[in-house]
Write a protein that binds this ligand. Structure first.
Ligand SMILES: C[S@@+](CC[C@H](N)C(=O)[O-])C[C@H]1O[C@@H](n2cnc3c(N)ncnc32)[C@H](O)[C@@H]1O
Ligand code: SF4
Length: 451
């Protein structure tokens, strides 16, 4: 890839886990509106999803962009579990649910869900699942930090039907690990992976990041070599999102310690090359999967979906979200919980559904959401069908013109196809469909760089 293209397109831009993107939410729903949207979505849903956010971590990884609360005080776990269960009961009451929720997906994310003791996880899951009907091919998944995950954690999760596990790794290079304050060995990863598989987890994901301070092509090569014999089914190879104005931990290193745009791209391209040699296929943006994995199969069948949890093998709706900062999705509306742990807990204790903000999608949002989702999951989109049209699209071909001239995509009639050379610029391509970004350029820096 030429330096010129990188320089041209390496601009701040969203990752499009939603449309509209969070900084552009403006039609905040009242609690009644949010409950109404959820209820409507649940009425027609055969597979709902739940996301539960556990914010606690024992120590801070300085690159981290997640909503976390660093503490070694284990006594915070149980009160938090009780707050989550109370929040769930507030939802059941508000929704007036008569039967059980048909649960297709359950995801525990964080922070570090295995910060909770196995007994605490057990109380949480029991309290949630007694009000849900697990659909036959349900997918329950969890993000774990191998440094704090025991066999007892894994056995408890299996008891409740969890079969997918995602391990945070990032990079094994000692210098990088020291810089990002995350010292973790290959043996720890191997131990959790083999135990999980023995217990019956049949899908293992590893998270890696490229673009971290002091990372080099050699450290990416070393990391991928170290994991290759463990054969995770999926690998998320994330572009490091540098947002030090939001995440104070990222100020522990400077931009001079980070690989620059061209070097960062080299890290990605070398990583991708090695992963492809190992039999992994690139799925959408930043994700790889073995051909035996459902994420790959869903790219073939057209079922691949993307939401706040990343890529998933099918579209499930609604997503009911519990926990501090968690984001729910009823397709026609989004809602996020309070981001400060204390405020979240206080509001739930008072009997309030702890929403802080959200967005009711208007007809244009609903159409553009589908286009951006198509691009992120299928690398193409079409507005031939009248249901896929909205006046803003008339201006899109002109916006795509420069990208087309640069050989990144092809537009023919009302159809846009991303070319292989355009893959690294998928975020830039989606930006052409982002009417809200176009109408109101951010006054302050909101997003990480696209490359
Ligand atoms: C909630 S953590 C995973 C579970 C556990 N807390 C751990 O770190 O092992 C989610 C993942 O987000 C990714 N991540 C966090 N901060 C990031 C950033 N600034 N840029 C890119 N990816 C990031 C990391 O790959 C991390 O594994
Ligand atoms: S990367 Fe994971 S363990 Fe590290 S601070 Fe973020 S959420 Fe916690």
């Amino acid at each position: 890839m030429t330096r010129a293209l990188l320089e041209k397109y390496n601009v701040p831009g969203p990752r499009y886990t939603s449309y509209p993107t969070v900084p552009y939410w403006e039609r905040h729903p009242s609690t009644e509106e949010w409950i109404g949207s959820l209820r409507e979505s649940l009425l027609v849903s055969e597979r709902a999803a739940m996301y539960i956010h556990i914010p606690f971590c024992e120590s801070l990884c300085t690159y981290c962009g997640c909503n976390n609360r660093i503490t070694r005080n284990r006594s915070v776990g149980m009160p938090y579990v009780m707050t989550l269960l109370k929040e769930f009961s507030l939802y059941r009451d508000a929704l007036g649910l008569k039967g059980k929720i048909p649960l297709g997906e359950l995801h525990l994310g964080g922070g570090t869900p295995t910060f909770l003791a196995p007994e605490e996880l057990s109380i949480l899951l029991k309290g949630i699942l007694e009000h849900c009907e697990r659909v036959s091919d349900h997918e329950f998944s969890i993000e774990v930090d191998p440094r704090v995950t025991s066999t007892a954690h894994l056995a408890t999760l299996r008891e409740f039907g969890f079969r997918r596990i995602s391990l945070g790794i990032q990079d094994f290079d000692p210098k990088v690990q020291e810089m990002v304050h995350r010292i973790q060995s290959v043996e720890q990863v191997e131990q959790v992976t083999t135990t999980a598989r023995k217990l019956g987890f049949d899908s293992v994901n590893y998270d890696l990041i490229y673009g971290l301070p002091f990372q080099t092509v050699a450290s990416v090569e070393g990391t991928i070599k170290a994991i290759s014999s463990l054969r995770p089914d999926r690998i998320a190879f994330y572009s490091y999102a540098h947002v030090p104005w939001i995440r104070a931990g990222q100020r522990r290193f400077t931009e001079l310690d980070l690989p620059d745009g061209e070097e960062k791209r080299r890290l990605y391209e070398r990583g991708r090359e090695l992963l492809e040699q190992e039999g992994y296929v690139e799925i959408g943006m930043d994700h790889f999967a073995l051909k035996t994995d459902s994420l790959y199969t869903s790219t073939v069948t057209g079922g691949l979906h993307r939401n706040f949890m990343g890529y998933t093998s099918r579209n499930v709706n609604p997503i009911l979200a519990l926990g501090v900062s968690a984001i729910g999705d009823a397709w026609t509306a989004f809602a996020q919980n309070e981001k400060l742990l204390e405020t979240y807990c206080e509001r739930v204790e008072k009997g309030e559904i702890p929403l802080s903000r959200g967005h009711m999608l208007d007809p244009e949002d609903l159409v553009l959401r589908k286009h951006i989702l198509n691009l992120m999951t299928r690398m193409e989109t079409s507005w031939e069908d009248s249901a896929m049209r909205t006046p803003y699209l008339e201006s899109v071909p002109a916006r795509l013109c420069e990208l087309e001239k640069d050989g990144l995509l092809r537009v023919s009639g009302n159809h846009c196809q991303v070319l292989e050379a355009g893959r690294p610029f998928l975020r830039n391509i989606c930006m052409a469909f982002d009417a809200r970004l176009d109408r109101k350029a951010p006054g302050t820096r909101l997003f990480s760089s696209t490359v």
